[in-house]
Design a protein around this ligand. Structure first.
Ligand code: NAD
Ligand code: MLT
Length: 313
């Protein structure tokens, strides 16, 4: 009888997904596994499943002599060395569609929370205060929102914000004009044009060499005074040092951040600003998204192990 494949699961995935994996494989669950242990034991496994951590580095992939597939329980694959995986013939699968609704809704929640000072006001009331006049907010209605990256989440956000009667503009040089039209979004030709026109800027690109720091000091210098920014994509797409500078200068009225260049973001200088609203990378953390992410990923990983073709490779 053929041995069952071995799967290492390095972060939390839903029980139903674990059951699916266990039906066809031996599964070791090591939630929060640290890099040195991963490097040491990876040689025993046919498949590895991760979320944002641990990092699936060149070292991990090269040591994974039996490794056939790395599954990313989520969207961004910036924690996986894709080049080495390709060189070593290791398939990488992710679940890019499974958490888009949740990340899009989190973006809008952050936008509203920061425009209306909700976390700050909540805290004041909980501490026995009131402070109605302190927490004057801004409407979304009638404002211009600039979306950087009109992919899955950017387009989801665009269509919802149109219901708020916002003017929605977007910058995305990699998609055809038809896509802008489909979502009723105005295309702007350059990032700086988007920045000049926006009351609120929200970024929805992957983290790549090109997008790291793409909203930086140059952009804050030409932004509308009182601009608000939201980052529910990846830490560092809005340069954190430049954002701190723009907050000090009073250029930025508020920032809402779900993601950070280093996570957890303990000690991040942005935390000291009252007008910075933060969440701990919660974009995909809903029951619905985690259920879809886990079960979709289990199907894809098992398909690779069976030698079948999978859609997200
Ligand atoms: P996607 O691939 O569907 O869309 C990304 C879009 O960005 C594409 O249309 C692409 O053309 C565009 N783009 C790429 N480079 C660009 C550039 N230099 N300038 C302008 N546009 C550019 O991705 P998605 O599924 O919408 O995900 C967007 C981001 O959200 C990713 O970074 C992903 O990792 C992140 N994400 C975060 C969470 C969370 O928990 N906070 C959850 C899911 C996804
Ligand atoms: C993703 O890329 O899917 C998100 O960052 C969410 C996550 O890792 O849970």
């Amino acid at each position: 009888m053929k041995d069952k494949p071995k799967i290492l699961v390095g972060d939390k995935i839903v029980d139903e997904a674990l059951e699916m994996l266990r039906a066809e494989a031996d599964v070791d669950l090591k939630r929060g596994i640290k890099q040195p242990e991963l490097e040491e034991i990876i040689e025993n496994y046919d498949a590895l499943i991760v979320r944002s951590v641990p990092l699936v580095t060149e070292e991990v992939i090269k040591r994974g002599k039996k490794l056939k597939v790395v599954g990313r329980a989520g969207n961004g694959v910036d924690n996986i060395d894709l080049e080495t995986a390709t060189q070593q013939g290791v398939v990488v699968v992710n679940t890019p569609d499974s958490n888009s609704f949740s990340a899009g809704e989190q973006t809008i929640a952050l936008m509203l929370a920061s425009a209306r000072n909700l976390p700050q006001a909540h805290q004041t009331v909980k501490e026995g205060g009131w402070g109605r006049s302190r927490y004057m907010g801004s409407e979304l209605y009638g404002k211009t929102v600039g979306i950087v990256g009109l992919g899955r989440i950017g387009s989801f956000v665009a269509t919802r914000l149109k219901a708020f009667q916002m003017r929605v503009i977007a910058y995305d040089p990699y998609i055809p004009l038809e896509r802008f039209k489909r979502f009723g979004v105005e295309r702007v030709e350059t990032l700086n044009e988007l920045v000049r026109q926006s009351d609120i800027i929200t970024v929805h690109t992957p983290k790549t060499e090109e997008t790291i720091g793409m909203i930086g000091k140059e952009q804050f210098q030409i932004a509308k005074p009182g601009v608000r920014v939201v980052n529910c994509a990846r830490g560092g797409i809005i340069d954190e040092g430049a954002l701190a500078w723009a907050l000090e200068e009073g250029i930025v009225a508020s920032a809402a951040l779900d993601v950070f260049s280093k996570e957890p973001c303990t000690g991040n200088p942005l935390l000291k600003f009252d007008n910075v609203v933060v969440t701990p990378h919660l974009g995909a953390t809903t029951f619905e998204a985690q259920h879809r992410v886990g079960t979709d990923l289990a199907r894809y990983v098992l398909a690779v192990l069976r030698g079948e073709i999978v859609p997200n490779t």
